[in-house]
Structure formats: structure tokens, C-alpha cells
Design a protein around this ligand. Structure first.
Ligand code: ADP
Ligand code: MG
Length: 270
């Protein structure tokens, strides 16, 4: 059985990642309160295997940009490209993980993870089971393979959701505030685990959060958004060694600098 570091299936030794570019993307919404410019002329390049965090207050277009990259929304102007190809629709090369876990309550843990592998024609059922077990091991849920979803805590559900997102081996993992409904202690454990998983699976990750420390703890780069209109205002490279601990004083220092920058955009709007 494949449950350990010594996993042998070729599927598990394939490390696809992708580079991404967003070029002059503008997106507006018509709402009852009028026209909202969710994104205005946003450009960014993300290289293969990079871990990038989008940070900013709510309403500054973070989810909109993530959804455009996911292929769930279309920009009014500009485009997003994956490995140079314009993104026009959702694809298996990109998987999204939301704050809400969206697991199927009628399936047990391993069947939820295997569900994402249904569309892999190169795997038979036994291999799907092995791959699913490997990812459950990676998220430290291998002892709960046959548990029901309702028996799990919030943190455990997010671990299963992460295993399900990782199992089809996407090139990019898009995470929209995946930990924001969890308590601080659970989140801290997940910060360590997600860094470990990212280093093992070498994925390109875009992680959206409004929590500055979380962004500094996880990202190679932190992109700062501001609202009305939604824009990327600044970026910070995070050079701190990994694995990072959220309570590291150097991490707290950089978080303070970033928070000050974010507050500065607020006062401009007044
Ligand atoms: P964030 O994720 O940073 O909180 P969003 O991307 O969700 O921000 O939203 C940016 C702006 O666009 C907000 O003002 C929001 O109300 C608006 N918006 C987002 N999606 C829609 C939509 N489907 N319909 C109307 N307005 C939307
Ligand atoms: Mg959002």
C-alpha cells in the first residue's frame, strides 16, 4: 500500500507546475448600488512552482482575480494565461479550494478524495485508491480514510478538501481563504503542513487571504491589493527561511510593514 514517503506509483513522481501571467485585466460588475470596478488594469507574472499570496481587505478583487485564473469569470479587458495559453474556461490543470470545504457528505473520506481522480483514465480503481491514500497521508488524514465527513472537525475537513484538490495533480492550486473559518491553533498546524506539502509536490500556489501574517508565513511573494477600484498596489518578496513559524519575530516585523502599507491605501481614499 502506498501511504508513505516511499510511494512508487509514477503518478506520484510527476510534479506538474505552471507559470501564469495576468495582463491588463479589468473586470466590472453591475450591482444594485451601481457599477463596481472589481479589478482595474491588473498585471502579474507568477513563475512555475512559486507560492504567491494575494492580500488585502475584503472587496478589493482578490476572489475575482482568482476566479478569472480559474476560468470561472471572464475579464472585460485583458487576459490571463497559463504557460502562455489564454484561459477561457475551467480546466483540470487548475484546482480551486474555498473557505467552505464542499466535501460530499454522503461519501466517506477516501471516496471524497478518489472522486477527483475519476477523470484519470491512466489509473485503475486500485491505483486511484493508492493515490488517494498517499494524499491522505500527506495531509495527515490517512488514519481517517473511512470516517464519515460529519465526524470530522473543521480543520480535518479542510485537510480532506486539500487532499482532494491535490490528488488529480493540478499544475496550479488556487486557494481562496481556505483557513479563515478555522481556529488559530488549527491554522498554525496547517501553515506548517501546507509549506511541507508545497515543497514535496512543487506546485504553483496562489493563496488568497485578508490575514497579513498568514500571507507572510506562506508566500514567496505577497501581493497587496486595494479596493475601489481593485488593484495590485505593491509587492513584497518574503526571503525568510522555511519552514516558517507564524510567531517568528522577523515575520511579525515584515507583517507590520505590510499592514502599514495597506492602511496607507485606506487613508488615500478618505
Ligand atoms: P475580495 O475577494 O477581495 O473580497 P471580490 O473579488 O469578491 O473581493 O469582490 C470585488 C468587488 O466586486 C466587490 O465590491 C464585490 O462586491 C464585487 N463583486 C464580486 N463578484 C460580484 C458579482 N458576481 N456580482 C456583483 N458584484 C461582484
Ligand atoms: Mg474573496
Amino acid at each position: 500500500m502506498i501511504m508513505t514517503e516511499n510511494a512508487t506509483h509514477p503518478e506520484l513522481h510527476d510534479f506538474p507546475a505552471a507559470r501564469l501571467s495576468v495582463e491588463h485585466v479589468t473586470k466590472t460588475f453591475e450591482t444594485q448600488g451601481g457599477r463596481v470596478v472589481a479589478l482595474q488594469d491588473v498585471s502579474v507574472s507568477i513563475h512555475e512552482g512559486e507560492f504567491v499570496c494575494f492580500v488585502g481587505p475584503s472587496g478589493c478583487g482578490k476572489s475575482t482575480l482568482l476566479n478569472i485564473i480559474a476560468g470561472l469569470e471572464k475579464p472585460d479587458h485583458g487576459k490571463a494565461l497559463i504557460n502562455g495559453t489564454p484561459i477561457t474556461e475551467p480546466g483540470r490543470d487548475r484546482l480551486v479550494m474555498f473557505q467552505e470545504h464542499a466535501l460530499f457528505p454522503w461519501l466517506d473520506v477516501i471516496d471524497n478524495v478518489m472522486f477527483g481522480l475519476k477523470q484519470k483514465p491512466n489509473l485503475n480503481n486500485r491505483e486511484r485508491m493508492e493515490v488517494a491514500k498517499y494524499y491522505l497521508y500527506l495531509v495527515k488524514m490517512d488514519n481517517f480514510a473511512h470516517a464519515n465527513i460529519y465526524e470530522l472537525s473543521g480543520g480535518m475537513k479542510q485537510r480532506v478538501a486539500l487532499a482532494r484538490s491535490l490528488a488529480p495533480n493540478p499544475k496550479i492550486l488556487l486557494m481562496d481563504e481556505p483557513f479563515s473559518a478555522l481556529d488559530a491553533m488549527t491554522r498554525e498546524q496547517l501553515y506548517g503542513d501546507i509549506q511541507d506539502i508545497w515543497q514535496k509536490r512543487k506546485k504553483t500556489i496562489i493563496f488568497v487571504t485578508h490575514n497579513v501574517r498568514e500571507a507572510v508565513c506562506l508566500g514567496d511573494r505577497v501581493l497587496l491589493f486595494s479596493p475601489h477600484p481593485g488593484r495590485i498596489r505593491e509587492e513584497f518578496a518574503v526571503k525568510l527561511p522555511r519552514p516558517r513559524n507564524i510567531n517568528d519575530p522577523a515575520l511579525a516585523d515584515l507583517s507590520r510593514t505590510i499592514t502599514t502599507a495597506l492602511k496607507g491605501y485606506d487613508s488615500e481614499a478618505d
